[in-house]
Design a binder for this molecule. Structure first.
Ligand code: PMV
Length: 370
């Protein structure tokens, strides 16, 4: 039978939001960047379903379950191992990275049915119709490609988006899933921006996002230092809190629009390579988020500690806990200051690689045409 070497392995990066969180929910632009911190998923053929050595319980792993349903239905049992250094539930994209890496490892392991150059199965922005709702039929094709060449970033991003939406009760923007799949820097906008590299449109429940990638023109000597408060604040609660504030005070929508203006300015600064302007835009973005009640004392403590050695500092993600980020030329000093103030730190380059296939030698693991 199959020995332990029958495996596929893929990894994907975490992400942080540089500009535009919360405002993106109201149609404003947002910019996210892939981090050096990653999640790796390794799959082996197994006599029964396992995850990290334990029996696989699908309700405890909703993201993995959502992806298995879409591309591994009726496939042979697997032992899935997850490793990595992205802290969970802290706004750094751990569930999107897990979903992207799982999608890549599974696709690598089953390969793809092809008819000439045309996909006979699979998901992509141009086949948006069924990834969110099914049915997920498998057509048989004349030929199977497998391993790295069968894996597609758009497909892994869309599967991860569907998994996130399913796990979060139908609500998820494609910012995390696209950043964790493509890597680098991803920009979400309400309309296509011809100055950027447009990738695709995503639509969910009547909301449309235009997803772009950009290459920041940043020096190698700037770093992101991430400070984790250790306080858990669910994204849904923070989003609901802002929605209530805006409902009670419709004039405060002006602040959401200002975040959009700052995000555009920050993006221009990224493209022109003005690190000081990027940092200023980050700090300004934070002041508005704070004014909207989206920060918390723990975040403010870490942000004040990091500010003297940073070009810009802000909360990242939903706020109310979770993480802050600092843009700095002196990551050691900034990291020490955050740690002294009680935060746990991680250091990342400015933008990291997207999904990567780390082992595909034995693929396909599942001969779909059997
Ligand atoms: O904390 P995170 O990474 O889940 O970020 C949430 C970002 C929000 O803008 C607050 C919500 C969203 O769906 O975009």
């Amino acid at each position: 039978m199959h020995g332990p070497s029958n495996m596929a392995q893929a990894s994907a990066p975490g992400k942080c939001i540089l500009f535009g969180e919360h405002a993106v929910v109201y149609g404003q632009p947002a910019v996210a960047i892939a981090l050096d911190q990653r999640i790796t998923v390794n799959i082996n053929l197994s006599k029964d379903w396992r995850i990290d050595g334990m029996r696989f319980n699908s309700s405890k792993h909703p993201h993995i379950n959502a992806i298995l349903q879409r591309i591994w239905e009726n496939g042979p049992p697997l032992s899935i191992k997850i490793t990595g250094n992205i802290p969970p539930a802290s706004g750094l994209g751990s569930s999107a990275a897990l979903s992207v890496a799982t999608s890549a490892a599974l696709r690598c392991a089953r390969g793809r049915q092809m008819d000439g150059d045309r996909w006979q199965e699979g998901f992509s922005a141009s086949k948006l119709n069924n990834v969110y709702s099914g049915p997920w039929e498998n057509k048989s094709g004349s030929r199977i490609i497998h391993g790295t060449k069968s894996v597609d970033n758009d497909e892994c991003a869309i599967l991860a988006h569907a998994a996130e939406a399913e796990a979060q009760g139908g609500k998820a923007s494609p910012l995390d899933s696209s950043t964790c799949s493509h890597g680098g820097c991803i920009v979400l906008k309400g309309q296509i921006d011809k100055k950027l590299n447009w990738l695709y449109q995503r639509s969910l429940h009547g909301v449309d996002w235009e997803v772009h990638s950009v290459t920041p023109n940043m020096d190698n000597d700037v770093w992101l230092v991430i400070g984790a408060t250790g306080v858990h604040a669910p994204t849904s609660r923070q989003v609901a809190k802002l929605a209530k504030l805006l409902e009670d005070n419709p004039d405060r929508m002006a602040e959401i629009e200002t975040i959009g203006i700052i995000a555009k300015r920050g993006l221009d600064a990224l493209l022109s390579g003005d690190v000081y302007a990027v940092g200023r835009a980050m700090s300004e973005n934070h002041l508005i988020l704070r004014n909207l009640g989206l920060s918390c004392p723990e975040l403010e403590t870490l942000i004040s500690a990091a500010a003297p050695t940073s070009l810009g500092v802000k909360l990242t993600g939903a706020g109310g806990g979770g993480c802050m980020i600092a843009l700095t030329k002196n990551p050691k000093a900034t990291s020490e200051a955050i740690e002294l103030a009680g935060g746990r730190t991680m250091i990342s380059q400015f933008g990291s690689a997207g999904l990567s296939i780390e082992n595909s030698e034995d693929c396909p693991l599942w001969n779909v045409s059997e």
